[in-house]
Design a binder for this molecule. Sequence first.
Ligand SMILES: Cc1cc2nc3c(=O)[nH]c(=O)nc-3n(C[C@H](O)[C@H](O)[C@H](O)COP(=O)(O)OP(=O)(O)OC[C@H]3O[C@@H](n4cnc5c(N)ncnc54)[C@H](O)[C@@H]3O)c2cc1C
Ligand SMILES: Cc1cc2nc3c(=O)[nH]c(=O)nc-3n(C[C@H](O)[C@H](O)[C@H](O)COP(=O)(O)O)c2cc1C
Length: 775
Amino acid sequence: MSRPLRLACIGGGPAGLYFALLMKRADPRHEVRVLERNRPDDTFGFGVVFSDATMAGVAEADAEAYQAISDHLVHWDDIEIHCPSASGAGEVITSTGHGFSGMSRHTLLRVLQDQARQAGVHLEFEREVRHFSECADADLVVGADGVNSPVRALLARSARTEIDVRPNRFVWLGTTKPFPAFTFYFRANEHGLWRVHAYQYAPDRSTFIVECRDETWRAAGLDRASEEESSRFLEALFAAELAGHRLVTNRSVWRQFPTVRVTPWSHGNVVLLGDAAHTAHFSVGSGTRMAMEDAAALRDAVVAATDTDEDIPTAMSRALAQYEAVRRPQVESLQRAAQASLEWFEATERYTHAAPLPFAFSLLTRSLRITHEDLRRRDPVFLSRVDDWVAERAQIQVGAPAPAIGRPAPPPMFTPFRLRDLVIPNRVVVSPMCQYTADDGLVGDWHVVHLGSRAIGGAGLVMAEMTDVSRDARISVGCAGLYSPAHASAWKRIVDFVHRETPACIGIQLGHAGRKAATKKLWEGDNEPMDSGAWAILSASPLPYFPGRSQTPIEMTRAHMDEARDAYVNATRLAVEAGFDLIEIHMAHGYLLASFISPLTNRRTDEYGGPLENRMRFPLEIFDACRAAWPAERPMSARVSAVDWMPGGMEPEGAVEVARMLKAHGCDIVDVSAGQTVPDQRPLYGRLFQTPFADRIRHEVGLATMAVGNISSYMDVNTIIAAGRADLCLLARAHLFDPYWTRHAAYMLGYALPWPDPYRSVERYAPRFEFHFGG
Ligand SMILES: Cc1cc2nc3c(=O)[nH]c(=O)nc-3n(C[C@H](O)[C@H](O)[C@H](O)COP(=O)(O)OP(=O)(O)OC[C@H]3O[C@@H](n4cnc5c(N)ncnc54)[C@H](O)[C@@H]3O)c2cc1C
Ligand SMILES: Cc1cc2nc3c(=O)[nH]c(=O)nc-3n(C[C@H](O)[C@H](O)[C@H](O)COP(=O)(O)O)c2cc1C
């Protein structure tokens, strides 16, 4: 049986007002107060933007409030992207079907205030709360007091707050110019690149947010400019875009965006809501939306918890736990998307050389949430332009004779890609995966079936597992090797099968386990030292992997390096004999060459330690020696760990330099992985979590990349390829689960991947060939 509650909301922004209103509507017996330090009409900023999906949620939470809000919404479907002039002389790309609404923040607050007042909420303005004692009689105290939340500060001892202040500068302005679409401008001047996020929120009013890098802001002298001077400067800079309209200020100071993360969100009977608990960058337009979704979730949790016989403090504590359990995963997911989005805007300079269509596609998919498939649903015309563009580029890149591309073009993942003389038929790669089933390095039937079935499964390139260049270079006794003619013959059987029976290419990853050698098979203990029979191991420095548990490696001498280099060259020659199409040098995951690259594992004081050029000396020597032994027409790759996920280790900017050096040494493509250097790494896992590193290297170095790590859907592969974040996508575990992953993707996309002859009867059930590549 629900009971009346006394509720105090500190802060009368969207979070506090909406929660107060929803609670009063849930039960008019509740005594609900909103304490707001400002006057009812004070508000910073201009418009807020909601997606159609958000408004559907508002409608579900409370129909009356929805109706009152929706009367004031300005709706639009289009996103208009004015590309930077370097990428196509300011070409404008428009994409439709996005479904957003804008509204004045001032009006939203007025509507919520009116609704709350009518429902019986007690609104107290010009009431600044300084301590909880002012709400001592409340059953629940709601800290809805914004990004600089004093309530959060009062909870400092029980809640951990992390505030990540981003480097870019931005200012929130208004203009009288109406924008028919959500509009992005990119304009370069002598100071740098300026980004504008603009949208209409009333018939004659739009929000106009200008964002730039810190150095651009300083170079333009805006660090010393007043609000008025800034506004006049931007008015002149965007004179063409504003077409005679003025910019309007309202406490329009330059700021840096703070991403706020708090754990937990409540203590006792005090709970944080909206910006007080979390923020998400304005480029995903979601601060007000999150505040209102929080309010609805907290209302649901409180209503459910008070519908029992529990005493009020117990019921409140259950409600707050429930609120956080429901909302935290949603909020964190949105914060991850916002992080990817803000990083795109921090690095926009990187993409300005791209052609307008991929620039626009990259912008639209920047949060990694919107996929190629979403855009197909929202705007099939735009998507087919993108697909045509990708297919045309692929055709030029592979150098195929160029009759007009058939229409519709294939999905991006089914376009070919060329590396030297090798043409890989599509962009899906089976990532190298150790099988631990070899006998003294000799691969057998398991490998024929494992790699053969994945080649039949449709991937364009199948990468054989880390294959060690000597017996002592093996991770475990079950690891594959390439150190004797017998090994080459065993591999040749697999390579010949793949070449004879499938259109797939096949590559091999050459490795030396370094300090991670002489360990157990994966399923017996990941990186755990062998119980018996271990051999002496080598590394850049004498540092054991698990201190106190793993064997201490011998610090490599020059003689050891010569021996290892000769083993790599021998393995390369054997790979030629076996007929592989590509070799990849494993420089990642803490193995021998990676142990030289990472400062965490390389403490040398000779010419192989210290600065990155020195730490790269031995890995590059190996690369050069293999390159010299590998046929000039066949490509070579290197796998790197772009970040060690550990302070003091490799960071993405270092990986860019590594890639630059590899490119200068004739590397054709970098396989961009991460981590596994040290056991106490702290990775930030998530969907596509390593793809941004591949994107960065591809654009900053101008070298082809492979992306890997939690790529599991064809939507993601198409998105990565079309946005130019990588040239090939590697999938490891998804291929363990489904060797026919690529065939299933083709089926879902209605793309007819040709079947091997013995399986052709299946074509009767598969969709007809609908896409065309080449003549
Ligand atoms: C440049 C920029 C653009 C944005 N664009 C959008 C957008 O397009 N769409 C969108 O949804 N969101 C946008 N936001 C975010 C949005 O403004 C906030 O996320 C949203 O207002 C959060 O609501 P809130 O109620 O949690 O906090 P606020 O709206 O900040 O409300 C907090 C309230 O608490 C009051 N208060 C603070 N301390 C006390 C105290 N001690 N006692 C009493 N009262 C107190 C404050 O006066 C304030 O009224 C943008 C933000 C920025 C910076
Ligand atoms: C069983 C298994 C074995 C692996 N062996 C290797 C390997 O031999 N060489 C390598 O570079 N990475 C290896 N990896 C890492 C994968 O290639 C890939 O980078 C990682 O699993 C992330 O991709 P995913 O999220 O698609 O699984 C292995 C992964 C698995 C699951």
